[in-house]
Design a protein around this ligand. Structure first.
Ligand SMILES: [Zn+2]
Length: 94
């Protein structure tokens, strides 16, 4: 009976570790402009591998908000962090 408890404890620890890694993966990816949800799923399915991919992820898929200097989705019209209106920027060349 003790063996079952030890195995169960290992499974619980493994699940916690996987979710922790997935959380870190989602955080790293979202910092680089990726979507946290899909990256979290990838982190659960491929723990470690997805994290490495998220770290290697280029920041090309984002644009920088001129007001809060955060990376946001390039299709965003309004900054999700500070509410900056990108539509107004389009009138001014960079
Ligand atoms: Zn902003």
């Amino acid at each position: 009976m003790e063996e079952v408890i030890i195995k169960f404890a290992f499974i619980v620890l493994a699940v916690i570790l996987v979710f922790f890694l997935a959380n870190v993966t989602a955080k790293v990816a979202s910092d680089k402009g990726g979507k946290a949800g899909p990256w979290f799923t990838a982190g659960v399915l491929l723990p470690g591998v997805a994290l490495v991919l998220a770290i290697l992820l280029e920041k090309q898929l984002t644009k920088e908000c001129p007001r809060c200097i955060r990376q946001v989705d390039p299709t965003a019209r309004i900054c999700g962090y500070c509410g900056h209106d990108f539509a107004r920027d389009e009138l001014v060349p960079e």
